[in-house]
Every structure is written in structure tokens, then in C-alpha cells.
Design a protein. Structure first.
Length: 188
């Protein structure tokens, strides 16, 4: 297997189903969740698909390695806010700054689309992801622990990012030019 990693920003036939099954293949072994987690993901993917995802105020990022799905990320329109969804990377492509790059692109895109706020749901064991979310300004707004997805206890978390209050990943200098306020990652 080579290291050819590419990011697509459009959906193709089969992508929605692949996103669902990919979540099951990654999260099952890594976090001990059962088939109900995959059903939870399938529900949100199906709802987005029924609405015609990606719509005008939505976006998708499909990460491929050697032509196979190796990650994904979605931005859906929830009316008053954008929702970060389906953010998962295969272990083989982690640790390269790809997650930071994708999340930075999503936040920039949300601003371009006029969102004032972003929301996301996750669970506490995804510590690296939580660190990444907090690094761009997301704040934990709620958490609850309960039996979930075949486990005795999972701490389900809600994060929010107020985009108006954020300087953002990209800032404008005095002359109005865009400049990175965080290190720009190389293209993959």
C-alpha cells in the first residue's frame, strides 16, 4: 500500500453507505461499540441524504488512500447552526496534521457560508479529537454519561463554536489580505 492520500470535496454514489460502514469498522475495534453505533451514524447520514446533502450551505470531505475511503468529514445545515458530522480518520492516515487541516477547512467554509455557530457531538474517549476541537475554539457545553452502543457507560459530549467571537483559523491583516493565524499545512 502506498501513501497516496487525496481529499475529495464532492459525494459520489456509494459514499454515504461507505461513511456509515467505515464508522463501524473504525469505532467498533477502537472503542468497543456495537452495531447500534453504526445505526446511530446511519440515521444521521440517511437524514442528510434525504434532504439532498450536500445542500447549498453544506460540505463534505472524503479522504481516500490508494482509492479507498480513509476518512470523512461533513458540515450539515441545522438551520440556526452548522453541524460538524462524521469526522473520522483511518489509523493509517492519522498523525499527519490531516485532521487539523480538514477541521480548519470546515470552519473556514462555515464562515464563508454565513454560519454564526457550529455544533458537534462526540464522546469523551476521543481525546485527540477533543483536543483538536478545543484548539480551534470549540467549547464543551454539555455531557452526560449513560449506557450506550453496547457499553455500560459512555460520556456523550456536545461542543459549540461561536464563529462571530473567533478570530478563526484564517485572519485578515491590516491590508485585508488573508494570512494564516495558525501554521498552514501542506497539501496531501
Amino acid at each position: 500500500m502506498s501513501d497516496d492520500v487525496r481529499i475529495r470535496r464532492e459525494l459520489r454514489p456509494g459514499d454515504l453507505g461507505a461513511i456509515v460502514s467505515f464508522h463501524g469498522r473504525v469505532y467498533g475495534p477502537e472503542y468497543g461499540v456495537d452495531h447500534r453505533f453504526e445505526a446511530f451514524v446511519a440515521s444521521s447520514v440517511a437524514e442528510a441524504g434525504r434532504r439532498g446533502f450536500p445542500g447549498e450551505r453544506e460540505a463534505v470531505w472524503i479522504v481516500e488512500r490508494d482509492g479507498e475511503l480513509a476518512g470523512c468529514l461533513g458540515l450539515t445545515d441545522d438551520g440556526d447552526a452548522g453541524v460538524v458530522r462524521w469526522f473520522v480518520l483511518d489509523p493509517s492516515v492519522r498523525g499527519r496534521g490531516l485532521g487539523r487541516r480538514l477541521l480548519g477547512e470546515l470552519v473556514d467554509r462555515a464562515r464563508e457560508l454565513g454560519y454564526e455557530r457550529l455544533r458537534l457531538e462526540t464522546f469523551s474517549e476521543l481525546r485527540t479529537a477533543a483536543h483538536l476541537y478545543r484548539s480551534v475554539g470549540f467549547e464543551l457545553t454539555e455531557e452526560r454519561t449513560e449506557p450506550l452502543w453496547g457499553r455500560d457507560a459512555i460520556t456523550f459530549q456536545h461542543y459549540e463554536l461561536e464563529l462571530e467571537a473567533e478570530a478563526g483559523y484564517w485572519a485578515r491583516d491590516v491590508g485585508g489580505e488573508r494570512r494564516a493565524s495558525a501554521p498552514r499545512l501542506r497539501a496531501v
